[in-house]
Ligand binder design. Structure first.
Ligand code: FES
Length: 284
């Protein structure tokens, strides 16, 4: 069986995808700049690690050699004004290398009208089988039911308006494929809800604790107590702050975890999620 290449495995979506593919018995290859930054997780010992950089053609050639499918889950981390340009260039370098290596991918790109869509020029060279351009004033909007059917056996990554993401979520749930769908939502941070109370977070590694009042996130309470915890979006959609839960029941308010992951309750996003139990113990 040809391997599946996953990039971005130091991020939330990439790590979860790699773990799931390993669980499904797929041969998985990962491309990382620094193998020391791979997550401390069981799936890591079952994957082939290629050390390299997605902006470097030689690394990409090694990583893409003989793969069946390549998942591109990267974005440029830059403080400069050229953030978007760097992102675009990296995506184009990867797409061109994947194309040369014969890897399988498909893009469904929707918008109101062609003239308002940013990447039509870059995508013009691909055939309709690979890039399905759907505009409201052309072939019509994205057909969610059809997308579910056509993506059988594949993973689907989507970002876009909330209505589309909700429709995709419902359709994949109905098809029993919620684990195949990964959404990137850009929505407002969760607001305190009526009934939110104070709870205690125990810190398993250091032995301390912090109390989290209503109106303050776990992450804010940790920071105020001088506890270093990774974060990025602080809105529950990027996964950077994902933390292991060792005891207690989280009240999940993120946009990332699947229903199965919520039910397991062994991880949470402390930037937005709270606690259903008076105390939570986190792996911090
Ligand atoms: S910081 Fe992005 S999900 Fe918590």
């Amino acid at each position: 069986m040809a391997p599946v290449l996953v990039t971005g495995v130091t991020g939330f979506v990439g790590a979860h995808l790699a773990a799931r593919l390993v669980e499904l018995g797929r041969e998985v290859r990962v491309l990382v700049r620094d193998p020391a930054r791979l997550p401390d997780a069981g799936w890591v010992e079952h994957v082939e690690v290629v050390r390299g950089d997605a902006t470097d053609a030689a690394s990409l050639e090694r990583a893409l050699d003989g793969v069946a499918v390549a998942h591109y889950l990267l974005h440029a981390m830059s403080d400069g004004d050229d953030y978007a340009a760097a992102d675009r260039e990296m995506a184009q370098t990867f797409a061109a290398a994947a194309e040369r290596a014969g890897a399988d991918w498909r893009l469904v790109y929707g918008g109101r009208q062609r003239t308002s869509m940013a990447f039509t020029a870059e995508l013009a060279g691909y055939g309709g089988e690979q890039v399905d351009l759907r505009t409201d004033d052309g072939v019509g909007p994205i057909d969610v039911a059809r997308l579910v059917q056509q993506s059988e056996g594949a993973k689907v990554f989507a970002c876009g308006p909330l209505g589309l993401l909700d429709a995709l979520e419902a359709a994949f749930d109905t098809a029993g494929r919620s684990d195949d769908l990964h959404l990137e939502r850009f929505s407002a941070a969760a607001k305190p809800l009526p009934g939110d109370g104070t709870f205690r977070v125990n810190l398993a590694r250091t032995g301390g604790h912090v109390d989290v009042p209503p109106g303050q996130s776990v992450l804010e309470a940790l920071r105020a107590a001088g506890v270093d915890a990774p974060c990025s979006c602080e809105q529950g959609f990027c996964g950077t702050c994902e933390t292991r839960v060792l005891a207690g029941e989280p009240d999940h308010r993120d946009d990332l975890l699947t229903e199965a992951e919520r039910a397991r309750g062994d991880v949470m996003m402390p930037c937005v999620s709270r606690s259903k139990t008076p105390e939570l113990t986190l792996d911090l």
